[in-house]
Design a protein around this ligand. Structure first.
Ligand SMILES: *Cc1c(COP(=O)(O)O)cnc(C)c1O
Length: 234
C-alpha cells in the first residue's frame, strides 16, 4: 500500500517548517518535524521513512506496538509516545519508545524509570502542561510544573528534556501565540531552576498552529494531518 500524496505533503510540511524558521529568524536546524502517524498503517510510515523522515509520534499504545513490530527492520527510526498513558501500561513505553511527551504525574515517571531496560539509553521525557487550563485536558497545571520537573529530574533512567502542550484552539495568530509563549517561559524558568537537566525541547505546534509555535521557540513540531491527510479512524 502506498500513499500517493505523501511525497508532496511531506515536502510541503518541511518547506512550511523552513519558512516559519526563516521568518522567525531562527537557524533552519533548530526545530524538527515529528510525523504523527496515529491511525496510519505501517506501510505509510515505511514510505515516510524512505522519504527521509525518522521521528514518528504515536498516541495509541496497542496500535503503535503492532506497527513497531512490522517496522522492526528500520533500526534508526525514533519513536515518540504522545498520547495519554495509564499507569498500568508504562512498561511497553519504557521498553519500546525513545521519547514520551505526555507525562503529567510523578507516578508515571517513576514507573517508566523503574521499567526502562538497562541496555537502553535513558527514556526522554517531556512533561505535558495543561497550558490553557482546560478541565477536559490532561497535563500538569503551569504552577505545578516546577515541582514535578524537580522530582522527575532526579530519576535515574529517564532524562527530562522539556515541555509539551496542546493549547486550546484559537483562530488568530496572536491568540495562538499566547499559550505557546507561556509554555516557552515556563521552560526558561525550569532551565534556570534545574541547570543540570538537558532541557532543550519545546514540543508544540501542530498542523493548525505550526507558524505560531515556531515563532515562540518550538523545537519539535508534531504534524499529523499536514503530512498524512485526514485520520483514518479516530
Ligand atoms: C494527533 C496529534 C497531533 C497532530 O495533530 P494534527 O492537527 O493532525 O497535526 C499532535 N500532537 C498530539 C498530541 C496529537 O494527539
Amino acid at each position: 500500500m502506498i500513499h500517493s500524496a505523501l511525497p508532496e505533503s511531506l515536502a510541503k510540511a518541511r518547506e512550511r517548517l523552513h519558512q516559519a524558521l526563516k521568518e522567525a529568524g531562527r537557524p533552519l536546524n533548530s526545530a524538527s518535524l515529528l510525523a504523527v502517524s496515529k491511525t496510519k498503517p505501517a506501510a505509510v510510515i515505511r514510505q515516510a521513512w524512505q522519504l527521509g523522515q525518522r521521528e514518528f509520534g504515536e498516541n495509541y499504545l496497542q496500535e503503535a506496538l503492532e506497527k513497531q513490530a512490522d517496522l522492526a527492520d528500520l533500526d534508526d527510526i525514533v519513536w515518540h509516545f504522545i498520547g495519554p498513558l495509564q499507569s498500568n501500561k508504562t512498561r511497553a513505553v519504557a521498553e519500546r519508545f525513545d521519547w514520551i511527551h505526555s507525562v503529567d504525574r510523578l507516578k508515571i515517571a517513576k514507573r517508566l524509570s523503574e521499567q526502562r531496560p538497562a541496555h537502553l539509553p535513558p527514556l526522554n521525557i517531556c512533561l505535558q502542561v495543561n497550558i490553557s487550563r482546560e478541565d477536559s485536558k490532561s497535563g500538569v497545571l503551569p504552577e505545578e510544573t516546577a515541582a514535578l520537573a524537580a522530582e522527575v529530574a532526579k530519576l535515574p533512567n529517564v532524562q527530562l528534556r522539556g515541555l509539551m502542550a496542546i493549547p486550546a484552539p484559537a483562530t488568530t495568530l496572536e491568540a495562538q501565540r499566547e499559550p505557546l509563549a507561556a509554555l516557552r517561559n515556563l521552560l526558561v524558568s525550569l532551565q534556570a531552576a534545574l541547570p543540570q537537566a538537558p532541557l532543550d525541547t519545546l514540543s508544540m505546534g501542530m498542523s493548525d498552529d505550526l507558524e505560531a509555535a515556531v515563532f515562540e521557540g518550538a523545537t519539535l513540531v508534531r504534524l499529523g494531518t499536514a503530512i498524512f491527510g485526514a485520520r483514518n479512524t479516530d
